[in-house]
Design a protein around this ligand. Structure first.
Ligand code: GDP
Length: 295
């Protein structure tokens, strides 16, 4: 495992401390540790550069060099900057002015879209809301069956029309059904492919126009690193996303992808996936991720 960022910062400052005085160059050397650790945590290099510049400015402004605990002060500044970049507060799901609130899940195949759709339905159900799931990922073999099985296990209603009807038609019918049955939320699992292509983007954009969703959540695999960042950017520019679900945070991923995606798209992380089970979806707390990145 990596040495944690906190350890590295403390180590760097210990070295300087033995000389009795911490200089601006020492601070820069400590910030190099921050830069390396963030790159290892999969944070985009441009984001890292801006980030360390801000930390440097704050550290100098706060007279860290003259303090008795420079390492701890820099760690505190890094922590606060991480929280700020991640959006500060835990963000809430948007609600439509008239039900059903439509939530579209978008992203690449294998990112955890279908699983997250079911998890989200489960979460809403636990809050005594009435979600309806819609199976519009007709391309990945077994995605529809997977969602049907999950919905049945969770006892959440689902609208599906197999794999030969167009997603736009399925979505339209699902929306009508949601209204008829008085659903509070319609959660739509959309086309996922291995790579971004025009057909997929056009289809997702068409669904967005049709459904006028309150949320378009990009589902990103926290382990996918820079690929997830590029895909998030592309989806944000071409479809318009409103939030992010970061999956597989139960693995080794430090969560640097969250930081990059947030910085590159400006879109907040709303949930994290922490396991394969239906209850393994948690609201996102910037503070906790900052601590995790610091280690
Ligand atoms: P989709 O192609 O985007 O719909 O992806 P799936 O929902 O089928 O998920 C792909 C794989 O990732 C499945 O084996 C899921 O069980 C797994 N998965 C999804 N979310 C998580 C998570 O938060 N943690 C873990 N460990 N596995 C997850």
């Amino acid at each position: 495992m990596f040495e944690t960022l906190t350890d590295r910062l403390q180590g760097a400052f210990r070295k300087f401390g033995s000389r009795g005085i911490v200089t601006e160059e020492d601070l820069d050397q400590a910030l190099r540790e921050v830069r390396m650790a963030m790159l290892e945590a999969d944070v985009n290099f441009r984001v890292v550069r801006e980030f360390t510049a801000r930390v440097r400015e704050k550290a100098l402004g706060a007279e860290v060099l003259r303090s008795l605990t420079p390492a701890q002060q820099v760690i505190d500044i890094v922590h606060q900057e991480l929280v700020d970049i991640l959006g500060g507060e835990a963000p809430k799901l948007a609600t439509a002015s008239r039900p059903p609130t439509v939530i579209m899940l978008v992203g690449l195949q294998g990112s955890g879209k279908t699983t997250s759709a079911a998890k989200l339905a489960n979460l809403l159900k636990k809050q005594r809301l009435r979600p309806l799931l819609a199976a519009c990922d007709i391309y990945r073999p077994a995605a529809v069956d997977q969602l049907v099985t999950l919905a049945r296990t969770l006892d959440v209603p689902i609208h599906e029309e197999g794999t030969s009807v167009k997603p736009a038609v399925i979505a339209q019918n699902a929306l009508e059904k949601a209204k008829r049955m008085g659903a509070t939320h319609l959660i739509v699992d959309t086309a996922g492919r291995l790579h971004i292509d025009d057909d997929m983007m056009n289809e997702v954009a068409e669904l967005r126009r049709l459904l006028d969703p309150a949320e378009v959540l990009f589902v990103a695999d926290a382990m996918a690193g820079q690929d997830a960042v590029n895909a998030a950017k592309e989806f944000h520019e071409r479809v318009g996303t409103t939030g992010l679900i970061l999956t597989k945070m139960d693995g080794d991923a430090r969560g640097g992808a969250a930081l990059s995606i947030r910085a590159v798209t400006g879109v907040p992380v709303k949930f994290i996936g922490v396991g394969e089970k239906a209850d393994a979806l948690e609201p996102f707390y910037p503070d906790r991720l900052a601590s995790r990145i610091l280690g």
